[in-house]
Ligand binder design. Sequence first.
Ligand SMILES: Cc1cc2nc3c(=O)[nH]c(=O)nc-3n(C[C@H](O)[C@H](O)[C@H](O)COP(=O)(O)OP(=O)(O)OC[C@H]3O[C@@H](n4cnc5c(N)ncnc54)[C@H](O)[C@@H]3O)c2cc1C
Length: 292
Amino acid sequence: MSWHSGLDDVVSEQVSLADRNWLGVGGTAEFFARPTDAEQLVTLVERCRENDLAVRVLGGGSNLLIRDEGVTGVVISLDQGALVENRITANTITSGGGAKLAHLVSTAVGAGRAGLESLVGIPGTVGGALHGNAGNHGGDIGQWTSQATVLTRNGELIQRHREDLVFAHRQSSLDELAIVEAQFALEEEDPAVLSKRMQKNWISTKANQPMSHENTLCLFKDPRGIGAEKILEQAGLKGAAAGGVEVSSRHTNFVVAHPGATSDDVFRLTDMLREKVVQTVGVELEYHFEIW
Ligand SMILES: Cc1cc2nc3c(=O)[nH]c(=O)nc-3n(C[C@H](O)[C@H](O)[C@H](O)COP(=O)(O)OP(=O)(O)OC[C@H]3O[C@@H](n4cnc5c(N)ncnc54)[C@H](O)[C@@H]3O)c2cc1C
């Protein structure tokens, strides 16, 4: 009997991950699963544990570099059913971990709930944003988070409350296997005013990112408040390239992948960038993205 018997509708084998990340690079997942609710997710994770299978949770794939050899074990995507829903009650919005961040932001703005509108233009999901405390100059997602339901690696669903959540620059204490749901405590404001503010944020964000049709990845965290973009420019790295990848002409802290690019090309380029920055500016840059 296969490890996923009874879950065959939601588990597939040898699924391309290049099609599921923003850079468009990387191999396949040995198994790929798309549960539709928390109960099915718990069953999946229990089965993986019983069968010693590695488990990873994929959000929007906007902060991941997937190796060309792909990954063994199970990649779980929370991209459907109850796991992507947003619900509004009083000043709180509850979102599924797989909901698109953009959808949460537009739901909040439409309902006249202020706080998250500065996050417009950040790709990915609510779970991915909470995992890395996504944000920008206008703030980060952690500051609005009042509670989260997470699934531990042991298959236990637990609540994490505001008082035990710690957020820092692109860091979060929500490091369990899966963020299943989260609550955001927001402030009331006129939807028309909020919508204008969101549009303004959107225009300035988009003007400083690679074009939306490009396959791209954000490279480094901002070290101690200085923009990584400025540091890379200072080190003369505008236009640097390796194989099928190059530093974006619109923003030096992004890489753009051309057809045929590989994860090795990204490693060669980022190694070169980091080395050059240490030599010229004396700063050690840390990856923004995670590697699978
Ligand atoms: C064009 C572009 C612009 C960007 N701009 C910004 C920006 O302004 N600010 C910023 O902070 N980032 C930015 N990023 C990076 C990226 O969008 C964020 O890090 C985003 O929050 C990642 O979310 P994701 O759902 O795509 O996560 P993924 O890339 O799918 O995953 C990243 C990590 O999060 C984990 N994860 C994902 N979902 C869950 C979950 N439900 N439960 C537990 N763990 C989970 C994964 O296991 C993985 O370890 C940008 C990226 C791009 C390509």
